[in-house]
Design a protein around this ligand. Structure first.
Ligand SMILES: [Zn+2]
Length: 111
């Protein structure tokens, strides 16, 4: 189950429909205090994982979305923890397993 945050509607102004938001804004909204893997985001957004990673990099480098947190990828076989990066590792450097748990991303809005 994915918890969607409430739509932000301008009071007294023109209400902003979800359609008017950029894709990156919608991704940011999606992972606000709710960690998701790139594949999960891709599925919800109907995008390619490659493009999700691209957008996440952009979100990470921009101040306006909040602080992007990365839960590093992990090898499901030996437990090796990868560096916190915006990419999906293919292979474990320790045991060479390809059974990798994707990193998860979320945006922290509360400090
Ligand atoms: Zn491993």
């Amino acid at each position: 189950m994915v918890a969607f945050t409430a739509k932000q509607i301008g009071i007294g102004g023109i209400s902003l429909s979800e359609e008017w938001k950029t894709r990156r804004e919608r991704i940011a909204e999606l992972i606000k205090d709710n960690a998701l893997s790139p594949s999960e985001i891709a599925k919800i957004m109907e995008m390619r994982v490659k493009d999700v990673l691209e957008d996440l990099k952009h979100i990470a480098s921009s101040q306006k979305y909040g602080k992007l947190m990365v839960m590093p990828a992990r090898c499901k076989k030996c437990g090796y923890q990868f560096r916190p990066e915006i990419k999906i590792p293919k292979k474990c450097p320790k045991c060479h397993s390809t059974w990798i748990e994707e990193p998860k991303f979320k945006i922290l809005t509360k400090f």
